[in-house]
Design a protein around this ligand. Structure first.
Ligand SMILES: C[S@@+](CC[C@H](N)C(=O)[O-])C[C@H]1O[C@@H](n2cnc3c(N)ncnc32)[C@H](O)[C@@H]1O
Length: 288
């Protein structure tokens, strides 16, 4: 930037930046690089303006003194990166389709770090095509730490530009076209919304809500924001909620082979849980 040398609306020092980095790391596991100072200023100034602060230090003091304050949600939402698109990293979807047909139904899928929902709806569309039905035997959990994007995911309403690259038959089959006040928007068909539950989940949390065990986890382009230690903890946590031989789909630049031996690489950034690792296969039995 560098801090303090520009005529900024809000006072933002190197120390403030360093505090923000610590706080978002503790809260969400997000390891913000040193070069992100300008981004942080841009994203958080809106919060300061809304709350009437003139200095970052005062805003950060408020957060630190009140760990339960709702402002933590807005702080976190402001610092996540939500880039996504329909059928992003398209090579994963034919593999998903094939895999779905090999599993006992219903097939349980978790889209962890779903952002605004394009990935979740791509999974649902893939399942509809695989089972040739608008009511395929799947359940989907879509989660994100960012409550704002999760709302968009749940609504399933997108500007038409977001779906421009989708094949016309997919558009017709899976979306409704807006008119009047909704002109220029499309909406995912309500029949598809029935198979998805949306829930805010922080992957960093020690305990996740119990949604059962999954055949498939999509966690793409999320781990890239975490350091190796956090990635390792989350991967171990994933193994506890995966069925035997379940698949984990990762993002194009995410490689877990040097972090864990619980998974084998079975496709381009697709990992299969090794052996019978699901701890859910065992329950407390008292005395044996
Ligand atoms: C770049 S987007 C990826 C979206 C989608 N998975 C894709 O590949 O297109 C990363 C998402 O991870 C979410 N995220 C970041 N930290 C998280 C955490 N600790 N727990 C859950 N989600 C997190 C962000 O809010 C963001 O929506």
């Amino acid at each position: 930037m560098p801090a303090g040398t520009r005529d900024l609306e809000f006072e933002f020092t190197t120390r403030d930046f360093s505090r923000v980095r610590d706080m978002i790391y503790q809260r969400a596991g997000i390891a913000l690089g040193e070069q992100k100072q300008e981004m942080v200023y841009g994203r958080l100034s809106r919060r300061l303006r809304t709350l009437g602060f003139t200095r970052f230090s005062a805003y950060l003091d408020l957060l630190e003194s009140q760990p339960g304050n709702d402002e933590w949600v807005s702080f976190t939402n402001a610092l996540t990166t939500n880039l996504t698109s329909f059928f992003r990293e398209a090579h994963h979807f034919p593999m998903l389709a094939e895999f779905l047909l090999t599993r006992q139904t219903p097939v349980n899928i978790w889209c962890a770090g779903s952002s605004s929902g394009e990935e979740t709806w791509s999974i649902v569309m893939t399942a509809c095509e695989a089972f040739d039905s608008l009511n395929p035997p799947i359940t989907v959990l879509a989660s994100d730490i960012d409550t704002q994007v999760l709302k968009t995911a749940e609504q399933g309403i997108y500007p038409v530009e977001r779906v421009q690259k989708l094949a016309p038959d997919r558009l017709r089959r899976f979306f409704l076209k807006g008119s009047g006040s909704q002109e220029g928007f499309v909406r995912i068909r309500p029949v598809l919304q029935r198979m998805v539950r949306f829930h805010a989940i922080n992957l960093l949390s020690e305990s996740w809500p119990d949604f059962g065990v999954f055949d498939v986890i999509f966690c793409r382009n999320v781990m890239i924001y975490f350091d190796k230690n956090t990635q390792s903890k989350i991967l171990t946590h994933f193994t506890r909620v995966m069925k035997p031989q379940a698949l984990l789909f990762a993002g194009h630049s995410e490689n877990f082979l040097n972090i864990t031996s619980d998974f084998s690489l079975v496709g381009k950034t697709v990992y299969r849980l090794n052996g019978n690792r699901s701890s859910n296969a065992f329950a407390e039995s008292g005395r044996l």
